[in-house]
Ligand binder design. Structure first.
Ligand code: PLP
Length: 293
């Protein structure tokens, strides 16, 4: 269900209170605003059923630990906020955005201030219903590729997203949907807002986790689901761009998009330039199992 959300009827959570988005205010001295000093998460929900919630909250906690923000909120407190946002915003298909910044100081100084309270913000936004698992109707992505010019801590889901935003905008400027990123050794890292998978001769391959890519929750769930089903070989390893250009299929994964088939890379067809059978198999399996996480 799509509902028209305006700033006045979109109820958000800010520092312990629920209010219309139009009334939610933070200080311009907030370090999230000044430095991008914060961590965020996006969790999908379909008809109020959350996907991968505990995994998302664990990644949020890992991110807060990694940047030294102390916030004593447990899984149940986050779950209560998620439930309240879904209830107050009409349910349906909603993405839930959670954001914790280090908070506001009274001066701008790079050093972490000692005695400020973290700013906690969460809001809901409409997302598309479960994707069509149909090769003919699914949205096919065309992508380009470029050297990954972001920082060396891409495993942290930081709100400092300018590097990602600039790479994403490159794809917009070229009239395609995403940008695949590779490091100086011509190895695939991820895309500006998604993880990347490729398929070659029936083997599903994705870059191994390290500081160069986000440990995507969709990636993690998909790998687990494929391994449990067991009929396809799955590899997490270094992936060279030459292999990606020679792949039979390329997919993007993210919480709001699930698994997206890529049919064109840098103007060249991926495989035979159509949506692959293994994508269809993987998306079917993912849809059938995603609420188990
Ligand atoms: N990589 C980047 C850079 C992202 O921004 C995202 C999602 O926002 C992903 C990967 C996919 O992560 P997830 O599956 O947890 O949504």
């Amino acid at each position: 269900m799509w509902c028209l959300m305006t700033d006045a009827n979109n109820i958000v959570f800010l520092n312990g209170q629920y209010m219309p988005l139009s009334e939610a205010k933070i200080s311009p001295m907030d370090r999230g605003f000044l430095f991008g000093d914060g961590i965020y998460e996006v969790v999908p929900s379909y008809n109020t059923k959350l996907v991968g919630f505990a995994l998302h909250i664990q990644r949020l906690k890992d991110g807060l630990d990694a940047i030294g923000i102390k916030l004593y909120m447990g899984l149940n407190e986050w779950r209560e906020i998620a439930q309240n946002l879904m209830d107050k915003n009409g349910g349906g298909n909603l993405g839930l955005y959670f954001h914790v910044s280090r908070g506001a100081d009274n001066k701008r100084s790079h050093a972490f201030p000692e005695h400020i309270q973290a700013t906690v913000f969460a809001y809901a936004f409409g997302i598309e219903a479960v994707p069509l698992i149909n090769k003919q109707n699914v949205k096919q992505f065309r992508v380009t590729s470029t050297e990954d010019l972001r920082w060396k801590r891409c495993n942290i889901k930081s709100t400092s997203l300018l590097g990602n935003v600039m790479h994403f905008q490159e794809s917009r400027n070229k009239g395609v949907q995403e940008t695949l990123l590779f490091n100086q050794s011509n190895e695939l890292t991820e895309a500006s807002a998604c993880n990347v998978f490729m398929v070659k001769n029936g083997v599903v391959i994705t870059p191994a986790l390290d500081h160069q890519l986000l440990p995507g929750i969709t990636r993690c769930m998909l790998l687990d689901i494929l391994r449990k089903e067991g009929s396809l070989q799955v590899q997490e390893r270094v992936v060279n761009m030459t292999e990606v250009r020679d792949a039979d299929e390329v997919w993007l994964t993210s919480s709001s998009k699930e698994i997206v088939p890529v049919v064109e890379l840098d103007g060249q067809p991926v495989g035979n330039g159509t949506v692959g059978d293994i994508w269809q198999f993987a998306q079917l399996l993912y849809s059938a199992n995603k609420y188990n996480y």
